[in-house]
Every structure is written in C-alpha cells, then in structure tokens.
Ligand binder design. Sequence first.
Ligand code: AMP
Ligand code: MG
Length: 413
Amino acid sequence: MAEAVSCDSNAHKLLSVEDARARLLETAAPLDGAETLPLIDCLGRTLAVDVIAESPTPPADNSAMDGYAFRAKELREGEGLPLSQRIPAGHAPSPLKPGTAARIYTGAVIPDGADTVVMQERCRENEGQVFVDGPVKVGDNIRRAGEDIAAGDTVLSAGQRLRPQDIGVAAGSGRDALSVRRRPVVAILSTGDELVQPGQPLGPAQIYNSNESMLTGLLSSMGCEVLPAWRVEDTADATRNALNEAAAQADLIISSGGVSVGDEDHVKAAVQALGSLDLWRIAVKPGKPVAFGHVNHQDRKVAFLGLPGNPVSLFVTFLLFGAPLLRHLQGRDRIVPAPVLLPANFERPKPGKREEYLRVRVEDGRLQTYPHQGSGVLSSASWADGLARVPAGETVALGDSVEYFGFDKLSEQ
Ligand code: AMP
Ligand code: MG
C-alpha cells in the first residue's frame, strides 16, 4: 500500500482513492457496543452476533400442494384409495392407515407412513375414495423438514446489514430479538464565515449552508444518530471549542470546509492540537483535500473526518470515504459497493491526472453526464442517480464500458 502523504511532507504527491480508503479503514477501530432489540426494530442495523438455528425450518415434512397424501406403492392403476383423514395446515395428523389416502392442504404436516402428495387438480374424489390420474413419483410435493434451514446452521452472520428478508429468516427460526451494533453518533461541524442557515436573509458575501443538511441526510440514511450541528466561525478558538464539545458526545466528527491550508482554514491545526491528523491530498476529482485523524476526549479517541467545503466535493468524498468508514465503524462485512459496467453515452478525449467521479444518469442503459461538472455545481448531484468512475490517465470514447456506482448503493446503510 502506498504511504500516506501528509501535506507537510510532500505536497505534490497524491494518494489514490483506494489507498486512502484502505489507510482510513486500517486506522479506525470498529465501535464497541451492541444492544438487543425487538426483531422489527433491527431493520437496517448491523447484526452483532451470528444467528444459529436451534431447530430446523420447516420443522416437519409438509405438503407443497393442496391434494392427497398416500404411499406411492399402494396406488394401483384405475383403483381408488379410501380417504382416512383430512389434514388442514396447523393440525397434527395421525399416522396414515395402510391402504388409504389423506386429504391434505398446503403447509399441513405429512402423516407418518405417507411418502407422496399429488395435487388436487390431478385427482378425483368419488364415494369416499380418491382416484389419481397418471403416474406419480415417490416424494412428489413434499417439502422436507430442514430443507430451508437445518438445526445448527448459521442463518445470519455477524457484520451483515439486516434487510427485511433477513428479519424474515430470523423470525422463521423463532427469534423475536437480535443483538445489533449500536448506531454511530456523529457530530457535524459546519465551518465558513460566509455561511447562512436556510430561512435567514442572505447578506452581502454570504451563501446558504447547503452542506449541513445534505450531510445530515446522508448520515441519517446510513442509520447514524446525528447530533445538532456545530456552526463554527473561521477562528482557531471557535474550531477548537467546537471539536472539544463534539468529541464529548460523538463517535465520529465530520467537518465541512476549512480543511485546506489557507489562512482561514483552522480545522487542521485544531485537530492536531487536540489529537492527530493526516491531511491527504487525494488524486480524486472532485475532492482532493480530505483529512482523517482523531480528537482525544478523556480516554477515548474520537474519529475525525475532514471533508472539503465545495458541496459536490463534500458529497462525493462522503460517499467515497465517509460511507465506508461508517460501515467499518459498525463492524459491517461489506464496506465498498461493487460497480456496474455500463456503456458511456459521453466522451472524455483527454486523460485526467486524477481519478474522476462524474455525476451521471442511466438513460436507456447508457451513462449520460450532467453538462456542468464543477465542484460547486450541486445541481449535478441532484440531477444524477450515480457516479461514473474514470481512472486517472484514461480516456472514454462513446460506447466504452465505464464503472457506475448508483447513489443508493454508495449511501446504503
Ligand atoms: P473551504 O473548504 O472552506 O475552503 O470551502 C470551499 C468552498 O466551499 C467555498 O467556496 C465555500 O464557500 C464553500 N462552502 C464551504 N462550506 C459550505 C457549506 N456548508 N455550504 C455551501 N458551500 C460551502
Ligand atoms: Mg472555508
């Protein structure tokens, strides 16, 4: 892996996205702490402990059809079998009397002795007997005990995100509660003296703070508990105070802006004073300056991620670094989503020096770029449904396969 490059030591050397991400994940330790929650509240959470099935699913052999159950070898061409019992789902059967058949319904337990079920569409009842049309195969239409899950199987693994179907599997194994990782508590620091909160009048030289609500949305959609944001003026004292307060409450602090090396950028020095920080210049467009480190609070090291202030840069670097970091903090097994290859309906005739993430939309199965790709043009991200990755040094011609990452996957919890 490439060495992390601090701005101080080697300003012109850029770190690749992959190396920066590997470095970030290596440095941050997953959070301690799990809680046991009722099953339905576990949706979207990360499982903390494997779920082992105590009993098989289904628990008993049962019928896959509405029909008739019998011993296949007792069926004779043209002859009926007398009906000896009726077995609806949820009612325990008696053993099947030799030489007879049982009327049976989907999900009902197969009686001892029966080895085959034929669906009712192929049968005819007459004077208490059932007649079967055509050949039958032993074992037909029987769902075997344990064919879904055997006792002792690991049905869900620690580290996986719990989706509705996983909740269903846990319920099917009789579990009414699961142990899940606790939600990460995240603090946002909005830096920039030019920022005004939406809803307030805009003065000269001011802009609205779009990053704070966007970041809150990204964090909420990833299942974090988001603290009310700290709005920090561009001074060393204010930045240090906000970091101290945030560190007392959060597992992770994310700052917006102020992370470059200009005179008005105080985040780097403040984090270094209270803990440690690597400022990485990453070979990524949009993005580039991303800082990672920690702030000490008593005996805790609170993770810190400093994102660039340009709204598109913040959005993209959050998806590339912040989202994987949050999954890692929650002990997730899958950290980075896999790309989908799609044909380009755009051209990049000149190779770039940095890996580029274009805001694109899938239209008729092809990738369309938003015409204005500037790092301040947030409408590009609002228009788009994902990012297309163009590696450094590569060009794109019409129809070339390009890696596409949908926003839903990038920001998936
Ligand atoms: P900085 O990283 O602080 O140098 O900011 C880079 C650019 O992003 C500047 O043009 C800032 O005005 C802008 N910016 C910083 N924070 C925000 C924010 N919260 N919302 C919108 N734009 C911002
Ligand atoms: Mg600033």
